[in-house]
Design a protein around this ligand. Structure first.
Ligand code: NCD
Ligand code: ZN
Length: 344
């Protein structure tokens, strides 16, 4: 058994850093492990302009510990009315790395999202033209579709047509949760890739209901059946260049989770790499972790690989039951568990 594992410094291709006091409290958990992160734009109000993207990036940099070498990569929040010129300008000015499509009302702060993809073909043409990746929250939102089927139905209703109509557009199917999505991405062209979270690799939908309702396991897309978790583990550890690390770390105050209408999201940033390492070890694929965490993502985005390395050691560490932050407490992923890997 290997006792240490040194890999090129990784990036996180999907994070929620929030704003205000919460931003200051959470950002260094990400910056400690990752050199760069794709920052989601679902603030209130959402990041829909180049000016808002630049201002948010400034607030993030002001909150990052100056001893850490961290670059936030900003995203635009697509709406039915966003102008193609906003994306072109965002790219030209070096502010927007990608744009995020939330189907309207699919998840946290997505009320301003896209109500029908046909409204944004001009925007997608512009993105295709400038080589800006489209990041998709891949779920339909119709009330008659079962919550556990939303991702698979999105593939048939939206993805297939999107890929056909925009063959040159880079698309990241974010935080995939189903075998259908893993298969779709594996079979699609090289312009289609996917991120996979640490939590969807570790638990299936039973965890949300084990002995009672467990709000800290609730996130969107919701965890699925065991066969889907196994398919995700296979995809992540396969060595395929189409799958890469995106934690979807999504902190919410403990009271907002433990509530009659609890928020969706798992705060996994503090122990993200340790969690992925455990999964890769269990799958006998520690040699594939570097590709997933540090190589596939930048190659897909057309960005340079990071210099420098990070070392994981086979050393137990106890994850706290809760993290006390400046304004609120947050329950981290793996709370109360002992993880067998530690980042040196
Ligand atoms: C995210 C959040 O809280 O912003 N929640 C989640 O469950 N993943 C939004 C999202 O990515 O869907
Ligand atoms: Zn997310």
């Amino acid at each position: 058994m290997t006792d240490t594992l040194t890999i090129r410094r990784p990036d996180d291709w999907h994070v929620h850093l929030r704003d205000g006091a919460m931003l200051s409290d959470v950002v260094n958990h990400t910056a400690r492990q990752f050199a760069r992160a794709i920052v989601m734009p679902n603030l209130k109000p959402p990041v829909t302009t180049v000016a808002a993207g630049r201002a948010y990036r400034d607030r993030i940099m002001a909150a990052v510990d100056p001893s850490l070498d961290f670059t936030p990569l900003m995203t635009a929040y697509l709406t039915d009315t966003i102008a193609p010129s906003e994306l072109r300008e965002g790219k030209n000015q070096g502010v927007f790395t990608a744009a995020k499509l939330y189907p309207a009302n699919a998840t946290t702060n997505s009320a301003h999202g896209v109500s029908d993809i046909k409204h944004i073909h001009g925007v997608l043409d512009a993105m295709e033209d400038v080589g800006m990746p489209l990041l998709l929250h891949g779920e339909v939102t119709h009330k008659d579709v079962d919550i556990f089927d939303r991702e698979a139905i999105f593939i048939d209703e939206v993805m297939v047509g999107l890929v056909r109509e925009h063959p040159g557009l880079k698309i990241v199917f974010e935080h995939i949760t189903t075998k259908e999505a893993a298969d779709f991405v594996a079979e699609a062209g090289d312009n289609v890739a996917a991120t996979i979270t640490p939590h969807h690799l570790r638990y299936n939908r039973n965890a949300i209901f084990e002995g009672g309702i467990r709000p800290h396991y609730y996130c969107l897309p919701i965890a699925k059946r065991e066969k889907h978790r196994l398919a995700l583990r296979k995809a992540a550890t396969s060595g395929s260049h189409k799958f890469f690390l995106g934690t979807d770390t999504a902190p919410h105050a403990v009271g907002a989770k433990e509530s009659a209408c609890g928020c969706a999201g798992v705060f996994n940033a503090p122990y993200a790499l340790e969690s992925y390492a455990l999964t890769f070890q269990e799958e006998g694929a520690l040699d594939k972790l570097e590709k997933f965490a540090s190589i596939n993502g930048p190659k897909f985005y057309g960005l340079p690989l990071n210099e420098g390395t990070i070392t994981l050691s086979k050393k137990d560490q106890k994850v706290p039951e809760r993290l006390t932050l400046s304004e609120t407490d947050i329950i981290p992923f793996h709370a109360g568990e002992t993880l067998s890997w530690s980042v040196s």
